[in-house]
Write a protein that binds this ligand. Sequence first.
Ligand code: GAL
Length: 763
Amino acid sequence: MRKQSFFNHNWRYAAQKAALDAPDDLFEAVTLPHANKIFPHSNFDNQEYQFISTYRKTFSVWGGNREDGADVPAGPEGYARGQDALVFLDFDGVMLACTVFLNGKMVGEHLGGYAPFSVEISGELRDGENILTVYVDSRERKDIPPYGHLVDYLTFGGIYRDVYLRMVSPIHIENMFIQTADVLNDPRLFCDVRVNHFSEGLSLKATLVDSQGDEIASAYQTAAQKTTRVTFEALPATALWSIESPTLYSLQVSLIQNGEIVDTLSSRFGFRQAEFRPDGGFYLNGDRIPLVGLNRHQTYPYIGAAAPRRLQRQDAEIIKYELACNVVRTSHYPQSPHFLDRCDEIGLLVFEEITGWQHVGDDKWQAICLDELEVMIERDRNRPAVILWGVRVNESGDNDDLYARTNALAHKLDPSRQTGGVRDFLGSSFLEDVYTLNDFSNGIQKPREQPHLITEYSGHMFPTKIWDHEERLIEHALLHAKICNLQIGNEKIAGAIGWCAFDYATHIEFGSGDRICYHGVMDIFRMPKWAAYLYQSQQAPAKKAVLQAATHWTMGDRNGGGNNPITVFSNCDEVEIIIGENNVGRFQPDFDSYPHLAHPPFVIHGLNAYSAWGQAEFYDLHLVGYVQGEAVIEQWISSSRLPKRLALSTDSDELQADGTDMTRLMFKVTDEFGNPLPYAAKVVSFELEGEAELIGENPFPLIGGQAALYIKAGHQPGRVTVRADAPGLPQALVSLAIVPAAAVEGRKFQRRISKSSPISFRG
Ligand code: GAL
């Protein structure tokens, strides 16, 4: 029977190409996911992650002392040496290329940093101790996507996603593709199951399991070939998967050989119908939904792309709950399964695309691109959240030969989903099902093809830093408001996905010179700029009342001074403004300028009497939000603008003692009401006590009023306390628990790579 376990622990790492027999003391102990280098959050050189590194792990599967390979299942039940189990290593992602050696012999090679791959090690495994070596080439090699030309993002390096060890019987399930049909009237369910090797006497049993874990239906099929379809004849009543109610089911498929179950694999899925229609709209379960979303890069401050499960999942939560988006684009490559898992669970739609940026390389490069497309679709086609495959290298020119192939491949592997192909000009060859356009006109270009989806706007047209002048921050937020309003009001547009959710690290040819693109509606730490509140305020107030005044509340920061008008992002019906003792009045959202937004910004004029340069004494600002006449939320902003507090918080009060779990440690210098003070520059220093590590700059020279580090768990349960100090402010403290690591279920994706000649690490 199948056994799968984490293979993330007890690795050794050397930041160089070490000989296969190099002594262990050349290496440091690490846990995966791992970044080949830790950076400051900005102002670093991408040359510094570009090298070949060596990862080594000593482990035993059969016999021998298992201490070193503690995450290998002890005594793999049902398997003993000689019972012919096949053993694989499943890598979720290694940046950018790697070769894998077991006991001195090469067992696999993989090119490309965003796709998972599997290496079979059965043949080379020996009793007792085995030594695994992975050479990771993190150089920006021109022969591997996205490289070959300029790229506006960094790839970073290392074994930056999870690794699993998997044991299966010689005949096992390789992949399953679950499809539903007619979900709105008479739901049907079938699954194409592929085995690694067909032989006579095989049959399949599929069991449908609901979200409570109850088995609710099953189906049988004799296997007649490598891929066999199992069809459910009758289904009990099932619930739809939707944005509001993302009900997940799972399908458990057992492979039976001569009456005995030899393998079982399961996958989650949902009953839902998602389609872009010729009328221009996107329909989910028959209802037209304007898509409102943001692009996400998978990179983080300090750790590059090596974010563990918790941080990956949290990004999906931020985009759904803090930015109230209904869709995300995985710009510009397949992203972490943990991120996508969370999208499935919380109902965040996904446009997932292949790797690349404006450049298409030679035949070999294109072969990697096609291979990644295949792997991406085979990995993610059971996910209800995924609604569209991006089968064109982002913003590349027309290339009918290549894109006819990517489209055909996508349709063959997944007839149930449409394709898009992101370009930045109108009138290109329309080989896909949806015309997906990056529209940087700062307005909306008239669609020529249907359906039409905007896949980027704003971005480099309006880079904005958290410490920018307030007029720029407001204008940034209002540009997003403008495009959202225009697209929702245009029935020929299915939706728009803005550039982008979070600021990100980039090459020197882009960004602000400090190697950061300040294009996010949140900063690189995933903390909000005012544009974030524009998105957040589009949700119903019943879910969460939102009220954020877009003002630094100063008398002399704007051109000409004063505070007129004040922009407020809120989903309330009315906002009341009180300045000192003066109740200025209640105001309504600006429906005249933004008629299509559910909750337009409030743009409140007429404050001069209370806040004009040289004409009014200056008092605290108090805003109250009303829904149906009832006060539901308020905000106070201090007129003194003096730093009063150092606010410190974590997203989670618990981490797992697995040596890799992390939570964000946010810190802000605020006024007495908790508003960050973007101009209050302070050096903040941190002290950590307990079995954990701080990742990030310490001390941290804070500008912008807010930033974050990460707390990374060690291997021992216990309590961790962090104290933060900034000159002139009371010390801040947070504490959290490190709890014993829970067993986490293994990943289901597998894909075998072929062995080939050792990679030549070209200099
Ligand atoms: C687009 C590109 C994105 C990003 C963006 C900045 O052209 O697709 O990756 O560079 O510009 O606005």
